[in-house]
Design a protein around this ligand. Structure first.
Ligand code: 5GP
Length: 191
């Protein structure tokens, strides 16, 4: 999506360790008009699918996912990061390895908000190694719900996540795919 690529070129900051900072418009300060454009693009891309719920993960997916939910006119559920998993059987749980923070954490979704009747579009800001999306897919699987697709704002195409998720037969629509970036020169090449 051209508007997103242009914005990444203009305001994205490449950090050492293959981290792209987009906190001036995507995941700290948020450009909601851009989110609306992104949501419309996912609505177009997934127009052949029947979607009744959006699933994302806290924290940075939530803002984008809310705008997407408004565009699809469906509810949005976010997986919560949790210190201690309660084992009373009321929650779907999984473990996720964080790319940016290099540690693993548990995430939970209440069984009240996900069921076998749900047709889910998963939304997140970044796809890197695929751990976050993989965890969300595991939760959807535990619920017996159907994944209609995954919508990603920025996929880092030089990391393995996109391939891993697509190889599982899941449709992934990334609005910008970064094939390479260089923190010395600031150059970014999109697919
Ligand atoms: P993954 O689980 O695919 O390895 O990483 C995805 C998660 O890590 C995303 O939810 C995102 O919050 C974070 N992340 C991964 N790479 C980047 C990056 O280059 N920049 C930022 N800002 N977040 C990232």
């Amino acid at each position: 999506m051209q508007a997103l690529e242009e914005r990444i070129r203009k305001d994205g900051i490449i950090k050492p360790g293959n981290v792209l900072k987009v906190d001036s418009f995507l995941n700290h300060q948020m450009d909601v008009s851009l989110f609306v454009e992104m949501a419309r693009e996912w609505k177009r891309l997934f127009s052949d699918r029947t979607i009744n719920k959006i699933l994302t993960i806290e924290a940075s997916g939530i803002g984008i996912a809310c705008i997407v939910a408004a565009e699809f006119n469906v509810p949005v559920v976010f997986a919560k990061k949790s210190q201690s998993i309660n084992l009373d059987g009321e929650m779907y749980t999984t473990k996720i390895e964080s790319f940016t923070h290099k540690k693993s954490y548990d995430v939970i979704v209440s069984k009240k908000f996900l069921s076998k009747d749900d047709h889910i579009l998963v939304i997140d800001d970044f796809l890197a190694n695929g751990c976050a999306i993989n965890g969300l897919l595991e939760i959807i699987e535990s619920a017996g719900a159907t994944v209609e697709g995954v919508g990603i704002a920025i996929e880092k195409g030089f990391q393995q996540g996109g391939k891993l998720i697509r190889d599982r037969g899941v449709r992934v629509e990334s609005l910008a795919i970064v094939d390479s970036m260089d923190c010395e020169t600031g150059s970014i090449i999109f697919r």
